[in-house]
Design a protein. Structure first.
Length: 170
């Protein structure tokens, strides 16, 4: 079994929910990259975007990923943009098993509308603006997400499905 599992996908796709359950099921440690960046920086993701800008956030995200690649027996929920910047999808594929949790723009929109997590990239958008934003950004990001070793449908996804995939892939 791979010693590092990276869950990737758009904001709201369920990476954190499945990541923590998956880690518990396979006895691995669990890390949510955004939370680790926040702890390390001593500020929230929205504050990092506001005070330092997205480019700095991406650099810190990459630095954290490289740190995590030194650890073993780890499930990592990545930020939605992580695989699409700084060659991070390549790093993850080299250092572990990557799983893309895939959902349609309409499904992501519904989930993001219900989510209470503050996300700087979508803050203040109307329902319609949100859908257009998701469609456009997802189209740009698909080419990175599709480089994942496995893709799973995020609708009605059972964490057990991820366990099976990981156990079957070496
Ligand atoms: C981002 C997704 C967020 C967080 C940041 C940027 C993105 O993580 O890293 O707000 O670029 O898609 P989640 O995917 O956990 O929401």
């Amino acid at each position: 079994m791979h010693s590092r599992i990276f869950l990737i996908g758009f904001m709201g796709s369920g990476k954190s929910t499945h990541g923590s359950k998956l880690a518990r099921k396979i006895g691995y440690d669990y890390v949510d990259m955004d939370r680790l960046i926040e702890e390390t920086a001593g500020m929230s993701v929205p504050a990092i975007f506001r005070e330092h800008g997205e480019a700095v956030f991406r650099k810190w995200e990459r630095d954290i990923l490289l740190e995590l690649c030194r650890r073993e027996n780890l499930v990592v929920s990545t930020g939605g943009g992580a695989p699409c910047h700084g060659g991070m999808i390549r790093i993850m594929n080299d250092q572990g098993c990557t799983i893309y949790i895939r959902l349609s723009p309409a499904e992501l929109q519904q989930r993001l509308l219900l989510s209470r997590t503050e996300r700087p990239l979508i803050k203040g958008k109307s329902e319609e603006e949100l859908l257009h934003f998701i469609e456009k950004l997802l189209e740009e990001r698909e080419k990175y997400y599709q480089q994942a070793m496995h893709t799973v449908d995020g609708v009605n996804l059972q964490t057990e499905r991820l366990v099976e995939l990981i156990r079957a892939s070496s």
